[in-house]
Design a protein around this ligand. Structure first.
Ligand code: SF4
Length: 264
């Protein structure tokens, strides 16, 4: 008897994978679909709240996967080299590896929430038994459709109010003003990121290229002023919009750089 093909959908905590799970559930074509979330153990706290909410809507468990060793073990193994866009070992070791272990040698279809209006690259598994499919592209769904799907169901994750992507609290893809948002909302997590940078400071590793987090705090006013200017420019286009509406129109969230498995 032929082995059953597994259907899986990785939930990152981001808007697109959540919307895809909702979209596929509403179509009810794949009742056997398995949802999973690869947890680095250092994710943004709000992500866990959003996952719980989504789980209730989907009526099915989002299986939590993770590396057997924590982030700090991996960091030690890399001789203290903080992950960066050029050295994305965190994604490979803490997101992709647990996913590939979860699938093993099973034949599998992996549903990925890349939209029809983007051309995103990122880490996806190259294993031959894992076939990626892109329902939003096939059905021509764009950014606004994704926000509508979320608004009508579980809501847009609250962290989008101050941060443009899901993932680890210290993700090096976040903007400078998002680091400041982390400092304000999650001072403990921010302090941990500062400490990690300091521990490895002798080696010259910083989360932001060319700037330490302490320098970022010193330049807070200048960074916030620049961010305000950008937001005002966007807001001038239309008045009376909610932050969710502004987010829909603010296409500058650097999505093309993000890891599919981390923040899609
Ligand atoms: S969210 Fe950022 S820091 Fe975390 S695994 Fe993904 S790329 Fe690395």
């Amino acid at each position: 008897m032929a082995k059953k093909v597994r259907h899986v959908l990785g939930i990152s905590g981001g808007k697109d994978s959540a919307a895809l799970a909702i979209y596929l559930k509403q179509q009810n074509k794949i009742p056997e679909i398995e949802y999973f979330f690869t947890d680095t153990g250092v994710e943004l706290p709000e992500i866990y709240t959003f996952l719980d909410k989504l789980e209730i809507y989907l009526g099915k468990k989002i299986v939590r996967l993770g590396s057997k060793k924590d982030f700090f073990h991996h960091l030690k193994m890399k001789d203290g080299m903080l992950p960066s866009p050029q050295q994305r070992w965190c994604t490979k070791d803490m997101k992709l590896a647990p996913f590939e272990e979860f699938i093993g040698n099973d034949e599998c279809i992996s549903y990925i929430g890349i939209r029809a209006d983007e051309n995103r690259e990122g880490y996806i598994s190259n294993k031959k038994n894992i076939k990626p499919v892109f329902p939003f592209i096939e059905d021509s769904l764009v950014r606004e459709d994704i926000f509508n799907l979320l608004r009508e169901t579980v809501g847009i994750p609250e962290y989008y109010e101050w941060r443009s992507r899901s993932g680890c609290f210290f993700c090096f893809f976040q903007r400078k003003e998002e680091w400041l948002g982390l400092a304000e909302r999650y001072p403990k997590e921010f302090a941990r990121a500062v400490q990690m940078e300091k521990q490895e400071g002798g080696k010259g590793y910083t989360w932001i290229q060319g700037m330490t987090l302490e320098e970022l705090i010193e330049r807070k006013d200048e960074i916030l002023a620049n961010s305000k200017k950008r937001k005002e420019h966007l807001a001038r286009k239309k008045d009376n919009r909610s932050w969710q509406d502004i987010l829909i129109e603010d296409g500058q969230d650097d999505e093309s750089q993000a890891c599919l498995i981390c923040s899609l």
